[in-house]
Design a protein around this ligand. Sequence first.
Ligand code: SF4
Ligand code: SF4
Length: 102
Amino acid sequence: MPTALPMHAPEKPRHGEPCNGCGYCCASEVCDVGRAMHGDVPAPCPSMAWGDGRFVCNAVRMADELGPVYSLALRLKMGVGLGCDSDDPPPPPPEPKKRKGK
Ligand code: SF4
Ligand code: SF4
């Protein structure tokens, strides 16, 4: 489970829906690229950055700056543009039933 995300972070969409940069995935687990950059660090990933109302990945930013080949290669590896690939969090447990007369 992720550590606390900012209150103003967008709510996570369902698996497969368009990514909105909610940050749930990278706050929950560091991906292969993140581990290659930072080693075996715990989540949240140090490459997470906040900007324009969403989380972005600094590894993607760096690849974009290096040029279109790097940018495309990393985006293909990460599945950028293919929708949210993060499992949905489990639903909260049901409220305990109130007993009659209490
Ligand atoms: S892939 Fe899903 S969990 Fe990750 S930032 Fe995008 S919407 Fe959020
Ligand atoms: S490298 Fe980027 S995509 Fe991977 S976990 Fe870190 S912030 Fe998320």
